[in-house]
Write a protein that binds this ligand. Sequence first.
Ligand code: SF4
Length: 434
Amino acid sequence: MKITFIRPHISHVPAADAMEPLVFAMLSSYLPNTIDVELYDDRIETVPLDLETDLIAMTVETYTAKRAYGFADEFRARGIPVIIGGYHPTFLPDEALEHADAVVVGDSEDIWLDIIEDFEKNHLKKIYRSTNTQSLKNISPDRSLFNNKKYSPISLVQYGRGCQYACDFCSIYSFYGNKNLRQRPIVDVVREIESLDTKHVFIVDDNLFIDREKTIKFIEALVPLNIKWSCQASIDIGADSEMLSLMEKSGCFNTLIGFESLNPKNLSQMHKKWNMKFGGFNDVIKRIHDSGILIYATFIFGYDNDTPASFESTLDFALENQFFLANFNPLTPMPGATLYSRLENENRLLFDKWWLDPEFKYGDAAFIPKNMTPDELTERCFSIRKEFNTYSNIFKRAINIKTNSQSLYHLGMYTLANMVNRKELYNKQAIALG
Ligand code: SF4
């Protein structure tokens, strides 16, 4: 028997920033070796439509849903059954079932082998629901799937799942709640990192810092590995000097932090008021930068207290702080997030399903903001992203010997990341999904 994994892209235009799709390495590792597996990653290669395979499995995000459904329809028309899982079908299983033979709701590890057994007996059910409580012990991803594929030179590793916060635009909380926050045994993760060829690891957890005690132990275990690592963090790390010094000692290269807005009223509206609790953004940034850790900052625009003036002030803030990278996105209502139902109840959604609508383009506003038009939101976000990434600003942000140019390695990674980011910014904007 043969299973083909497909990682759909948002469109037909290849991506320059694709990272290894870790989920398939995990799924592959659970399978008996009597089953052949292969991976096609639509971001970096062509997915042949004349595949010789018994089953197709795809993970689908909201931005890739349209393209994923297109693939699914093609393969099913050729008689190949398709299973779809991931965030998007978890929140909209009925929509996904219009294009798939079976849909996985939630994580898939605890039901993956049952699905395969049902498939082999020709008894595939329509929906498989995970309890999202499965222990994360003994995970050993099968990275042979990535052989000969051109991914970013950073390996992805997962320590834990979930986040203790509940920002209204984010669907992590709806997916995991706050009771199913789980971590892998540290010894398993260390063994996995030791087995990697690369020396730079991206810990993919949505928030690595959901359980301070466990995270401290985890980072202590990274110290002897002599690696560089990147992560995503909530802003509270900036007030935790023990954590910061351990991160520095263990080789933390950069962290992504969602600042989201400089306006406290917006933070309050998105249920992220706590972002301001840790001494103010400038203090937090200084402490993180003083620890030699680079910051990838993300900002969202379109909350009810944003005005056209918010864009320039945020851009100035991001440039002054010489962030490693920064993203400035229009607020986007994602299925599963509480924001979606709020905007729907307020009749402010511009599309029934923006992710399937031919009029929606990547980077577009999908709702009616209060203090500007949707077009203004789209254009101003794109405009400050371009400005942050001009060659002259990339050069100016590089000149900081505490952060972006503290070593040749840092400067090299900074340059590479910024060039790729700049290219992707122009590649993706206004592209049709699917
Ligand atoms: S802190 Fe980050 S991961 Fe957690 S709920 Fe907010 S946006 Fe989502």
